[in-house]
Design a protein around this ligand. Structure first.
Ligand code: PLP
Length: 384
């Protein structure tokens, strides 16, 4: 069968599986060896070299899903982010980085870059003009994130990619929130796609991992730094991730469908003040999202009416878990101001538009009617 013709769910299920020649088992065997007899002088397999059989084969699945030539798997999303940044930036170089941005990435830049003499500018906003304004003569990397956390803003991927290209700058994206099922940035001109595989790729809240997909040349550049930083993933967890990714397409589509339905339910609810979801027609970048995503994702945020207390609401839920995590098959909610964005000052949160009552909702695969019932009963409890 020609590889290019495989459908999304076939890639999820089969691409990069290791055939069990000895026993004809249904799933890939796990190779836990840290030592491999030399086949020839070129291949030196070692887990920190990202080239054990399980690491090498699962990379093929991730590359295929992201329409990339090559990929690497990391021990966490932050290992993928930090290794990529340090592969393209050295002392005296400059990074243009999107604001809003995942908190861990932002902390990494603010705390570590000064030690290496790497310069950076956070954009004022997520419009292409904001990126353009931030570029300097020593800018070597532009990094964006869309949909963003927690307000689900949408950045124009094609426009930022073309801005980077015309200035001879490498462009990377954090594609965690969309997953490769809903958004393929390489098709839109981006060079490097980064994932926290802890989220949708893993999908069951039991794996910490990361991934990067790009051209062979860029992956080699990242690999050369990666073997020194040592952020590779153990083969057992690589195997777990392969198992999880077989259902990636099914899960993300079901979760995204739930998000669309719940966004509409919340928007029409008298106790809800505002819903942030790119799939809603009144979202400022709805048309842009439509042009670069296959569906609108499984994350949304909302605000209750002023007289209702968001913390009380979260504590009154019975099915939906108040929790830090996102993207699992179970639905979760959190208050960014108290958790994911608690390290920002009130002023910084105000600037980003993150109100103290904002609730971030990560949709799972539960039946829509049960999610609605849970929200209704929680609202009934706090409406007094
Ligand atoms: C969680 C997350 C990360 C960091 O990933 P870890 O696996 O926790 O290291 C990076 N970017 C985004 C958008 C995330 O949600």
């Amino acid at each position: 069968m020609s590889k290019g013709k495989l459908g999304l769910n076939t890639i999820c299920t089969h691409t990069g599986e290791i055939k069990d020649e000895q026993f004809k088992g249904a799933v890939s065997p796990i190779y836990m060896s840290t030592s491999y007899q030399f086949e020839d002088v070129e291949v030196k397999r070692y887990p920190r070299y990202y080239n054990t059989p399980n690491q090498e084969y699962l990379s093929k699945k991730i590359a295929a899903l992201e329409h990339a030539e090559s990929a690497l798997i990391f021990g966490s999303g932050m290992a993928a982010v930090s290794t990529t940044f340090l592969a393209f930036l050295k002392s005296g170089d400059h990074l243009v980085i999107q604001n809003p941005l995942y908190g861990g990435t932002s902390n990494f830049i603010r705390k570590e870059f000064p030690k290496y003499g790497i310069e950076y500018t956070f954009t004022d906003g997520y419009q292409v003009s904001d990126f353009e304004k931030a570029i300097q003569s020593n800018t070597k990397l532009i990094h964006l994130e869309t949909p963003s956390n927690p307000l689900l803003t949408i950045t124009d991927i094609r426009a930022v990619a073309s801005l980077a290209k015309s200035n001879n700058i490498v462009a990377s994206i954090d594609n965690t929130f969309a997953s490769p099922i809903l958004q393929n940035p390489i098709d839109l001109g981006i060079d490097i796609v980064i994932h926290s595989a802890t989220k949708y790729l893993g999908g069951h809240s039991d794996i910490l991992a990361g991934a990067v997909a790009a051209s062979k040349e860029h992956i080699h550049q990242i690999w050369e730094v990666g073997i020194n930083l040592g952020g590779s993933l153990s083969d057992f967890m690589v195997w777990m991730l392969e198992r999880s990714m077989k259902t990636l397409g099914l899960r993300v589509k079901a979760q995204s469908k739930n998000a669309k339905k719940l966004a509409k339910f919340l928007q029409n609810h008298p106790d809800v003040e505002h819903v942030y979801y790119p799939g809603l027609k009144d979202h400022p970048e709805h048309e842009l999202a439509k042009s670069q995503m296959k569906s609108y994702g499984a994350m949304l945020s909302f605000e209750l009416n002023n007289n209702l207390n968001a913390s009380e609401f979260l504590n009154s839920l019975e099915l939906i878990k108040p929790s830090m995590s996102l993207a699992g098959v179970e639905s979760t909610m959190l208050l960014p101001a108290l958790t994911s964005h608690a390290l920002l000052s009130q002023e910084e949160r105000d600037k980003l538009g993150i109100s103290n009552g904002l609730i971030r909702f990560s949709l799972g695969i539960e039946s829509k009617k049960d999610l609605i019932k849970d929200i209704e009963q929680a609202l009934n409890k706090i409406r007094h």
